[in-house]
Design a protein around this ligand. Structure first.
Ligand SMILES: [Zn+2]
Length: 280
């Protein structure tokens, strides 16, 4: 096959592989878009659990204060009843102090109880809001996940199409070249075949040895840049650059031209001979 065709196939392969690699990267990256949302959801759930723990604690405290209040109440009531059966001033004073103390405790416990009740109501409200937010986030996340699944399966379908296109090129490509070329494209961000112009690789801009430039120009085999590993094809240099190219190895280039002409001439001569033989 002519080198031009090989290069053309490599360019087709380059397009296919570039698209395939981009799609593969997308498939890897897309789920990462959900990470922020997943983290938010995890934080919401953690905060809900903490609030729930606070709620349980407040519930215990509320119970304790309620019992303490009931006890203080019954102690005060008992002391008030005993007021009816006392005989001395001393007994009166003791009971009066008891009633007073119990009433003070009652007041304190009532305040504590109310505080816990308010806390419970507050936590209950917060937990309801958290639950609503969690549900909303879960729904959004589920929706985005299924959207992403669709997107990924579309990209996978496209990759399969590309694989078929890639396969269709295979009969015209050496499998080792194909393998190497794919590796170059993966490493060089999509550019696997570049021109050599004025003895310089247009991929890595390194000046290549003259023999390389010549081999590329001859177009008889696939040549990989020794610096960046890209496939090289020959492109006519602009004036000035050409001089640099020719100066390096003009002798061998001239030899090559002569050889080609010689071959061509011989073929022609043979054909002429055959022609004349036939006529005879
Ligand atoms: Zn290079």
């Amino acid at each position: 096959m002519a080198m031009d065709e090989v290069f053309e196939n490599l360019r087709k392969l380059q397009d296919i592989l570039s698209e395939k690699i981009t799609l593969e990267q997308d498939i890897q990256e897309i789920p990462k878009l959900l990470v922020t949302q997943e983290e938010l959801l995890a934080r919401l759930k953690k905060s809900f659990i903490e609030k729930n723990q606070d709620y349980e604690k407040a519930k215990v405290a509320e119970n304790e204060f309620r019992n303490l209040l009931i006890n203080a109440e019954s102690e005060r009531e008992k002391a008030e009843k005993n007021m009816d059966v006392i005989n001395t001033q001393r007994e009166y004073e003791a009971l009066d102090k008891e009633i007073h103390d119990s009433a003070e405790k009652e007041q304190q416990y009532r305040k504590d109880l109310q505080r816990e009740e308010r806390l419970l109501a507050d936590l209950d409200e917060q937990m309801k809001q958290s639950t609503a937010l969690i549900e909303q986030q879960e729904a959004e996340l589920a929706e985005r996940r299924s959207g992403i699944e669709v997107e990924i399966s579309e990209k996978k379908a496209r990759i399969e199409e590309l694989a078929k296109e890639e396969e269709a090129l295979n009969p015209d490509l050496d499998s080792e070249v194909h393998f190497k070329f794919e590796r170059i494209i993966r490493n060089k961000m999509g550019q696997g075949i570049v021109a050599i112009r004025g003895g310089v690789c247009m991929g890595c801009h390194m000046i290549l040895p003259a023999q390389f430039a010549n081999t590329v120009r001859q177009g008889e085999e696939i040549v990989f840049c020794p610096y960046c590993s890209r496939v090289l094809f020959y492109e006519e240099a602009e004036q000035g650059e050409e001089e640099f190219f020719d100066n390096d190895d003009s002798g061998s280039l001239a030899d090559l031209d002569d050889m080609e002409e010689d071959d061509y001439d011989e073929d022609e001569e043979e054909e002429e001979k055959v022609g004349s033989d036939f006529e005879d």
